[in-house]
Design a protein around this ligand. Structure first.
Ligand code: AMP
Ligand code: MN
Ligand code: MN
Length: 336
């Protein structure tokens, strides 16, 4: 396996190093791993003389919590590419997306003649490109991007280190779930100039006062189902459009990190309403429960213990379907 991964790495670095005009794509509702990976590669390839742009479909603007990251000037609206197509480009790169659907409308760019390199760490990756650097053992996509920088001979500076650190810290749950390699990389990134407290203050540790009202309503209606998952327990709640009115996506996204601390439940679900009959569902689990299996069964994806799916219907219907999927094969590992 190691030989294969190295071959992927060398091949991916060769493609990136020889491309003159590159479009880097982050997934819908980009997080720090996806946008951080795209911006890192964008800055690095730009310094080597390539013409680079970064884009994502939804939402139409950079999430405020990520808008202070280095390199955000590289971001171009999805509409530009949907209208102009891929002419003039010689490489498309998707970062941190497990499937083409995660790129929304920008997936339509893959029908053309421009090769697509997929860089990702989701085990559920569907290998939707022509070239792949996919390693589910990587803590984050930024880990693969760091390896690519070394392969390309691009030295880390403070901007690149900040971008990589942002993705690494957030995807490992503030290093709780990070491997020893993640901690070693963090030390290297700090030595290159990444400033953890300053970076995470903007990304995860700052919310408007209205967030407290959202939390009060949403946590107040949380439900504990102690019988779910064969008695391991499921805790769930919803964030309606009314709860989140006037607030950022970041406020709704933060709820899962509180819900998942419920000691009586091995799995947690937050349904975030995105339209009258549409919910974006965030799932987390521990103690051998694999919510990722349920997310895939319900048309979504992610990692074994951090996953999501989109539900069309009502809240109760989503919970019924989720409870059933969690009782299906593979959601509870044998050792649990
Ligand atoms: P989130 O709860 O949004 O932080 O997402 C947790 C994980 O699930 C991430 O790895 C996402 O890429 C993945 N994920 C979330 N929503 C979806 C979806 N609708 N389809 C596929 N994967 C998803
Ligand atoms: Mn991501
Ligand atoms: Mn990731």
């Amino acid at each position: 396996m190691i030989a294969d991964q190295r071959a992927d790495l060398t091949g991916a670095a060769r493609l990136l190093g020889s491309a003159r005009s590159v479009l880097l794509l982050a997934h819908n509702n980009p997080d720090a791993d996806s946008l951080g990976s795209a911006l890192t590669l964008g800055l690095a390839l730009g310094r080597r003389g390539a013409e680079v742009s970064v884009s994502f479909d939804v939402p139409g603007a950079i999430p405020q919590s990520l808008s202070g990251l280095p390199g955000v000037d590289l971001v171009t609206p999805a509409e530009r590419w949907l209208q102009a197509g891929t002419s003039g480009l010689d490489l498309l790169v998707s970062v941190d997306a497990g499937s083409a659907e995660r790129l929304g409308r920008l997936a339509s760019l893959f029908d053309g003649d421009v090769p697509l390199l997929v860089i990702d760490h989701h085990a559920s990756n569907t290998y939707f490109g022509q070239h792949h650097l996919v390693d589910p053992s990587a803590d984050a996509t930024v880990v693969l991007v760091d390896a690519l920088l070394s392969e390309l001979g691009v030295p880390l500076d403070a901007d690149l280190a900040a971008l990589l650190y942002a993705g690494l810290a957030t995807d490992t749950g503030g290093f709780r779930h990070g491997s020893a390699a993640a901690h070693v990389l963090a030390a290297r990134l700090m030595a290159a100039g990444a400033r953890p407290a300053e970076l995470l203050q903007a990304i995860t540790d700052s919310h408007p006062f209205g967030w407290l009202g959202l939390l009060s309503a949403v946590l107040g209606r949380a439900v504990l189902d102690p019988l779910a998952l064969g008695g391991r327990g499921l805790v769930h709640t919803c964030v309606t459009l009314r709860d989140s009115a006037g607030l950022r996506q970041e406020e709704a996204d933060s709820v899962i990190d509180i819900l998942r601390t419920t000691s009586e439940a091995a799995a947690a679900a937050v349904l975030k309403q995105s339209a009258a009959d549409e919910w974006q569902v965030s799932l987390r689990s521990r103690d051998g429960v694999r919510v990722g299996v349920a997310a895939i069964a319900l048309g979504g994806g992610g990692h074994p213990q951090a996953a999501g799916f989109t539900w069309r219907g009502d809240y109760q219907g989503a919970i019924a379907a989720l409870t059933q999927a969690l009782d299906g094969p593979g959601a509870v590992s044998d050792e649990a």
